[in-house]
Design a protein around this ligand. Structure first.
Ligand code: HEC
Ligand code: HEC
Length: 274
């Protein structure tokens, strides 16, 4: 009897020690380069496991989200998402809500949070429809039960994928600017900079307010902040967010050097309304 208690106490101490150590070690997130294998004969259980692997790997979901039930963070905790998904949006089933939050995250912003999630069907994350179904199965399993299979059809899926092809990442050239004559303001709107930056008041959104950026940064610094957002990091903001979002909308591929100059000059002229 005494022995059993001793073993029990010892086990608790060891567990506590490891969880202490794991807090001390800087958490690095690694992205496995190889794709998770998905096959037609997978059971729902297999699909959930594959979805979990994608969410913590290629999908980068767990760089932003937690699944431990903690609240008060910058990103919604997903511990009970399988349960609450059905209640989020009127007329949407849980599967439809989850699909929309992945394909078009900015269509519905969870109360108490700011926009900032990139559509994960686009580069750089670029999950294909099958991978997204696996992620949905995993999300359903958090607090609920998975129902989707690889045959589930969703209206957000691309036709190519529905026809059995793999990724269809080239299909996103819609915002390509046709003319050089766009104003700085139009470029700012076109690339959705305003999702993260206010030009009308000093309140930060997901990124710092740019309403008086012309007083704070030189033209060169503004240029650098756009071309290489992670070169000079502002500690108050998450690193990599702006780069990820601008890559997702194809900003760096599409913008011409002339347009870039127009945009930088426009920002340099923002001096807090003075
Ligand atoms: C760059 C950070 C970021 C990444 C990466 C990210 N998300 Fe999000 N996610 C957010 C933010 C911010 C919100 C809240 C705003 C909104 O509703 O769009 C959100 C909302 C959600 C919601 C809605 C939650 C609710 O309570 O209704 C789901 C589901 C979700 N994300 C799943 C995922 C999955 C799955 C992935 C990976 C494939 C992922 N997210 C990747 C930032 C992120
Ligand atoms: C997804 C959110 C997001 C989007 C979209 C975004 N940014 Fe940012 N931006 C940030 C964050 C976060 C920072 C601060 C961290 C850093 O320095 O990278 C930042 C920093 C900046 C800075 C430096 C400001 C300062 O005071 O240091 C400039 C200038 C800027 N962004 C311009 C832009 C422009 C122009 C666009 C559109 C083409 C844009 N951003 C799109 C999030 C975003």
């Amino acid at each position: 009897m005494m022995n059993a208690i001793k073993i029990c106490v010892f086990t608790i101490l060891v567990a506590a020690f490891y969880s202490y150590v794991s807090q001390m070690v800087p958490q690095t997130v690694t992205y496995p380069p190889e794709d998770t294998e998905l096959g037609a004969d997978m059971t729902t259980e297999d699909l959930v496991a594959a979805g979990e692997e994608i969410a913590s790997g290629k999908g980068t979901c767990l760089t932003c989200h937690t699944t431990s039930g903690e609240t008060g963070g910058r990103f919604p905790d997903l511990a009970n998402i399988g349960l609450v998904a059905a209640e989020r949006k009127e007329g949407f089933s849980d599967v439809e809500y989850l699909a929309e939050s992945l394909y078009e995250p900015n269509e519905y912003i969870v109360e108490g949070f700011l926009p900032g999630m990139t559509p994960i069907s686009d580069p750089p994350i670029d999950l294909n429809d099958q991978e997204i179904l696996a992620v949905i199965a995993y999300l359903q399993s958090l607090g609920g039960a998975a129902t989707v299979t690889l045959d589930t059809e969703l209206r957000w899926q691309s036709e190519e994928n529905a026809a059995g092809a793999s990724t269809a990442s080239q299909a996103s050239a819609s915002a390509a600017p046709s003319s050089e004559n766009l104003s700085g303001e139009e470029l700012f709107t076109m690339y959705a900079c305003g999702v993260c930056h206010s030009l009308t008041d000093p309140t930060p959104l997901l990124g710092p307010s740019l309403y008086d950026v012309g007083n704070n940064l030189s033209t060169a610094e503004i240029y650098e902040a756009i071309m290489d957002p992670d070169a000079v990091l502002n500690e108050a903001y998450p690193a990599g967010l702006m780069t990820a979002q601008l890559n997702a909308v194809g900003f760096y591929d599409k913008i011409s050097s002339g347009q870039l100059k127009t945009l930088v000059d426009y920002l340099a002229s923002q001096k807090g309304g003075s």
